[in-house]
Design a binder for this molecule. Structure first.
Ligand SMILES: [Zn+2]
Ligand SMILES: [Zn+2]
Length: 150
């Protein structure tokens, strides 16, 4: 489940259910950032500094490493953000729709929003490229289906 960007276009395996954790991971990858790179940006935003209530004393430490591990925790299957500010801060760097994240984290599955299972794009944050804006079809977006995703 932690395969890097090696999605094979056209595979017809049963689509994985989208989760809040996976959504964040996909959106980070769509932005082309490693966890560390995202942590560097988050740290430089100073927004992270406001998150003074990190779960453990070690994480109160505002080092980039601590932020990177926090991101890793958020991307772990089943996890969801305890601090909404963190997701909001992430959304200023990567194309995360906070409303979608919250729905995936809190709402029953039948009320989950539709996002691409391969890249996490949505109506609000579609992929853009030479072919224009993607659309969602049968779980994955046209960009992922065409193999244009990197
Ligand atoms: Zn996609
Ligand atoms: Zn897309």
């Amino acid at each position: 489940m932690l395969l890097p960007n090696t999605h094979v276009p056209g595979t017809r395996s049963a689509p994985m259910r989208m989760t809040a954790a996976r959504y964040l991971e996909l959106r980070r990858k769509a932005a082309g950032l490693s966890r560390y790179e995202l942590a560097v940006r988050l740290n430089s935003l100073e927004l992270a500094v406001r998150l003074s209530s990190f779960p453990s004393p070690a994480q109160r430490h505002r080092g980039i490493g601590a932020i990177a591990s926090l991101i890793e925790q958020l991307e772990r299957p089943g996890s969801r953000a305890k601090h909404p500010e963190l997701v909001q801060a992430l959304a200023t760097i990567i194309p995360v729709d906070v409303a979608i994240y919250n729905q995936l984290a809190n709402d029953p599955v039948d009320r989950h929003p539709t996002v691409c299972l391969s890249c996490g794009c949505s109506d609000y944050f579609p992929c853009t490229g030479a072919a224009g804006i993607c659309t969602l079809e049968r779980g994955t977006c046209t960009r992922c289906q065409s193999g244009a995703a990197q």
